[in-house]
Design a protein around this ligand. Sequence first.
Ligand SMILES: Nc1ncnc2c1ncn2[C@@H]1O[C@H](COP(=O)(O)OP(=O)(O)OP(=O)(O)O)[C@@H](O)[C@H]1O
Ligand SMILES: Nc1nc2c(c(=O)[nH]1)N[C@H]1C(S)=C(S)[C@@H](COP(=O)(O)O)O[C@H]1N2
Length: 162
Amino acid sequence: MTSLPACVITVSDRSFAGEREDRGGPIAVGLLRDAGWHCPDAEIIPDGVSSVSDALRRAAARGVRLILTTGGTGVGPRDQTPEGTRPVITREVPGIAEELRRSGLADTPLSVLSRGLAGIIDPQGALVVNLPGSTRAVASGVPIVLGVAAHIIDQVAGGDHS
Ligand SMILES: Nc1ncnc2c1ncn2[C@@H]1O[C@H](COP(=O)(O)OP(=O)(O)OP(=O)(O)O)[C@@H](O)[C@H]1O
Ligand SMILES: Nc1nc2c(c(=O)[nH]1)N[C@H]1C(S)=C(S)[C@@H](COP(=O)(O)O)O[C@H]1N2
């Protein structure tokens, strides 16, 4: 069990506009809390490079050590979550994203369409993982992240390790 701060950022034009209930974000928040992480309700932001970059930078600046995004990883023109994540992470951890795509094949062959990234934001030592937007992807992806997150965060510099 950990008691570190985490957060969930739902990236969705439609949920941001109030046109579709965000169902993926609350699932991720619930799984994080069940595992002992301190996690506020999901923040909903619109798709877009600066929208995502700004939200990630804000979270890292306030000391969040595990940042999960959900949505905007596909190949649609508004799916820019990876482009917003790449300039913020200082070291990629590609194996996490690879495992999310591999394990997602049990849900759908479209799992390979997700371009999600995972990586570390230095010097704060925050781990960022992009999850797809679907509720199934969130429900199956968060446990995979939780299997490695505390270990990674313990290894990297930054934050308070108590
Ligand atoms: N926040 C969410 N809550 C519930 N389901 C979601 C969410 N985001 C995406 N999905 C589901 O995942 C599928 C694929 O998502 P897609 O990339 O098409 O996002 P989207 O529907 O274009 O979202 P938006 O237009 O708001 O960015 C959607 O058809 C929807 O069923
Ligand atoms: N585990 C899992 N991964 C998944 C899916 C899923 O249902 N389960 N959906 C896929 C689909 S349909 C798309 S389009 C991509 C990108 O989704 P996003 O744009 O909502 O991030 O994630 C894929 N990854």
